[in-house]
Structures are given as C-alpha cells and as structure tokens.
Design a protein around this ligand. Structure first.
Ligand SMILES: Cc1cc2nc3c(=O)[nH]c(=O)nc-3n(C[C@H](O)[C@H](O)[C@H](O)COP(=O)(O)OP(=O)(O)OC[C@H]3O[C@@H](n4cnc5c(N)ncnc54)[C@H](O)[C@@H]3O)c2cc1C
Length: 414
C-alpha cells in the first residue's frame, strides 16, 4: 500500500498494490485468505467496525446456520471438529474471527465505499470511501472485488398507514430475541426463513405472533430420513433432472410435514429448486415453526390492507389488535448505489451472468457471494477470483522485474 495526500483535495489517496475488496463478510474474508496463500497483497474495506457485521450485528440470538456445516465452511480452513452439524451464530462468528487471524487478514474498518469507478485513462479503479468522522480516502487499484453481499440493505415495503401505527416497528435485522415481547401481540410480516424463525422465537417467549403470508411459499423439512434436505438435494441432482428432484422433495415434505396448504401456506406452482434457480427464492427449512402453526400458537394471516394506530386491517377485512410489528421483509444488494458500472451488474445489484459465470467482469472487476447459493457459492467464487488475479499479478511482477514500466506512472500525474 502506498499512501499520499492530494494537495488540491483534502482527501487522502492510497495506491493499492493488489486488489481492493469491498466488504469483510465471509465472502471478502474468503477471497483474502485465497490471495494470502499466493502472497498477493490486498486491502479490505469494511463499513462496519468488525468482520461479518451481518452475523454479528444484524441477526437474532437464536440463529443457527440453515445449512449443515460442510456447506458453510470457507476455503482452506474447515470448522473445528467438535462443532455441531448446524453451528450457532456465536460458533460461526468465532470461526470467522479465527479464520481472519489465521490468515492475518486485517480489514480497514469504518470505511464505507461511496463510489467505485473505472478510470479508462489510467486503466485503474478509483474507490472512494468515507468514515464516520468524515474522513475521505480514495483507493486506486488494478482489481476491484465486490463482496458487499446479497443482504447488504434491509427491504422495507411501503404499507398504507405504517407511519400511523403507534407500537414498535422493527426490521428482522434488528430483532434479537422474543424476551421483550412476552405477552404481546406481534405481527410478523413475511414468511421466509427469518419470518418463520422470528415467529417461532416469539412463541418460545410466550408472545402471540401472527405471521403475514401474502404469497406462496415452499416449506421443506430441514432433514429427511436423518439427512439434511439440502445435502439430499445436492446428491439427487447428480443423478436426476431438477424437476424430478423437486418432485421427490415435495413428496418427502408431504409425508413429513403434511399438506401445508391447509395451514394457509400455499405452495408455488414451480418446485423449490426451480424457484431458487429462476427467481432466487429460498425455500423455508422448517425448524419447528410449522408445528406451532399447526397448534395455532402462530396464527397465519393473509396480506395487509392498512395499519392504523393500534391495529391492522387485513385484505380479508379482518382487524387485528397488535402491539408490535417485525418486518421480516428481506434484504437487497447495495451495489447499484456505489458501483458506477453497468456491464457486469444488473439493476438489482446481482451479476447479470448466472452461476457459475457471475464472478468475473471486465477490467479487473470481480464479484463474490452473489450466487444465491449461500456460503458454498461464495467459497467457489473466492477460489476462482484469487486464482485469476494471481495469474495476472505474477505475470506483472515478472514484467516489473524485467523493468517494464508499470501503472505507477499514472499515479504520479496527480
Ligand atoms: C438470517 C440469515 C441467515 C443465513 N444463514 C445462512 C446459512 O445458514 N448458510 C448460508 O450459506 N448462508 C446463510 N445466509 C446467507 C448469508 O448472506 C451468508 O451466510 C453470508 O453472510 C454471505 O456473506 P457475504 O460476505 O457475501 O455477505 P455479508 O455477510 O452480508 O457481508 C458483506 C459485508 O460488506 C459490508 N459492506 C456492505 N456495503 C459496504 C460498503 N458500501 N462499503 C464497505 N463495506 C460494505 C457489510 O457491512 C458486510 O460486513 C444467511 C443470511 C441471513 C440474513
């Protein structure tokens, strides 16, 4: 890293002799580890004050990995052997902390990337960050790795009257535990994995959750015949076409969970894997919420018409008195807000090319962790990216040794 002040501007300018990685979540750390192994220097820029901020600051206490550990470990360092099949949030964060220290990865914390743009004249990326104290820095680099995640920002839907509602309204990313909701009537908006788990947690703390289910959803058992459903699907996909695997999963789900339609959880027409592949919609892996729906402890209600002071009107005309609202309405990518580029990424902040081709763009631009395949997808991206950068980096190094002029020429013109 090469540091200097730009006289005409108050911001510091930093030349990075290697890639800049934006985001210190599991994806950014995985790329860092794979680069370290090849001896390639890099800088990780992270807006929060810690690694894996999604896991440390924006998830509920009872969270466990949804998928078995073998699908969630990062490259080059497996989970400790004594970890359970589904590590909890603390265990996962501990693993990530030890991963970062094992590979000596030290992100630049509290630096939020405001913009990143390729400078055609210099053939370099200019990455502009701002810190909470207002300090601005411009990083200049040959490679830019986008690792800001599929869940960078919360999605808050526009619902009539939501501002008028006088009880507490939080997004699921601020929900920690149902303890403070004991005895309260809570409306959980959304029925994905988060909505189901928040509702279950509320039940466990003697609150009275009502879960809004607006659209169709696939609920699958987390395990089938003692094997994780995800693992079984991966295995079956080796032999059978996707539509047939979907059929097998749905038959198993029917045997284990019964007819979910009868609880107000309509199944989509497309199968769970087809839906995941075409629309990125993740099926819900049931960890006990369905039992509570069956017993009536979690009430399933249809879409919302509008909120008023102390209650909510549903689309079926029913009114519910409620004390609090948890918006389990999902997340979105923030890439379009800061990356000034429209070739690799589409408007929704995901790479235009589907998996497994979405990791590489043009002019040294890469994306990790946007495969809609969780941590396993991120690991595969990370290894590809590090290998690709490594090849060019080593060629450049060889040229430098042979005294061929390098990009530094461009920096000195500032
Ligand atoms: C509740 C929940 C449970 C999940 N469970 C699983 C699971 O069991 N298995 C699985 O495989 N996946 C799971 N996921 C998916 C999850 O997205 C991945 O596990 C993982 O966190 C993705 O890592 P990432 O590094 O790509 O993104 P993130 O973990 O979101 O990390 C991105 C980082 O980038 C930073 N950042 C964002 N914007 C900027 C910016 N402009 N400048 C600087 N830094 C920025 C963020 O602060 C963050 O630290 C779960 C997700 C959620 C929400």
């Amino acid at each position: 890293m090469f540091n200097f002040n730009m006289d005409c501007f108050s911001k510091r300018c930093v030349w990075v002799n290697g890639p800049v990685i934006v985001g210190a979540g599991p994806s950014g750390l995985a790329v860092g580890a794979c680069l370290k192994e090849q001896g390639i220097p890099f800088v990780i820029l992270e807006r929060a004050d810690c690694i894996a901020s999604l896991w440390q600051k924006r998830t509920y206490d009872r969270l466990k990995l949804h998928l078995p550990k073998q699908f969630c470990q990062l490259p080059k360092l497996p989970f400790p052997q004594d970890y359970p099949e589904y590590p909890n949030k603390k265990q996962f964060v501990d693993y990530l902390e030890s991963y970062a220290s094992h590979f000596d990865i030290n992100p630049q914390f509290n630096e939020c990337v405001q913009s990143a743009q390729y400078d055609e004249a210099c053939r370099l990326w200019r990455v502009h960050t701002i810190s909470p104290d207002g300090t601005e820095v411009e990083y200049i680099c040959q490679w830019l790795v986008v690792a800001t995640g599929e869940n960078a920002e919360r999605v808050v839907p526009q619902i009539d009257g939501l501002q008028e509602f006088q009880g507490e309204i939080i997004h699921a990313c601020d929900y920690k535990s149902g303890k403070i909701y004991q005895g309260k009537k809570v409306l959980v908006v959304g029925c994905g994995n988060s909505g189901m788990e928040v509702s279950l947690d509320l039940c466990n703390h003697n609150a009275q959750p009502s879960m809004v289910v607006r659209s169709a959803v696939h609920v699958l058992p987390r395990e089938i015949l003692g094997k994780s459903t995800f693992e079984l699907a991966v295995l079956l996909m080796k032999w059978l076409p996707l539509w047939l695997v979907d059929k097998v999963l749905l038959i198993c789900a029917w045997f284990i969970l019964g007819n979910t339609n009868s609880y107000g959880l309509r199944r989509p027409i497309k199968g769970p894997l087809e839906l995941k592949n075409t629309q990125g919609k993740t099926p819900v892996l049931d960890i006990g919420a369905l039992e509570r729906i069956r017993s009536g402890e979690i009430k399933v209600v249809p879409g919302i018409n509008k909120f008023s002071k102390n209650n909510v009107e549903l689309v079926n005309g029913e009114f519910l008195d409620i004390d609090a609202v948890v918006l389990a309405t999902g997340y979105c990518s923030n890439v379009p807000y800061w990356l000034k580029e429209n070739q690799m990424f589409s408007e929704n902040g995901f790479p235009k090319s589907p998996f497994p081709h979405g990791w590489k763009g043009q002019a040294g631009l890469y994306a990790v962790g946007f495969t809609r395949r969780g941590l396993a997808g991120a690991s595969s991206d990370a290894m590809n990216i590090a290998q690709d950068i490594g090849k060019v980096y080593k060629e450049d190094l060889l040229k430098k040794k042979q005294k061929v002029p390098t990009h530094r020429r461009c920096i000195s013109t500032f």
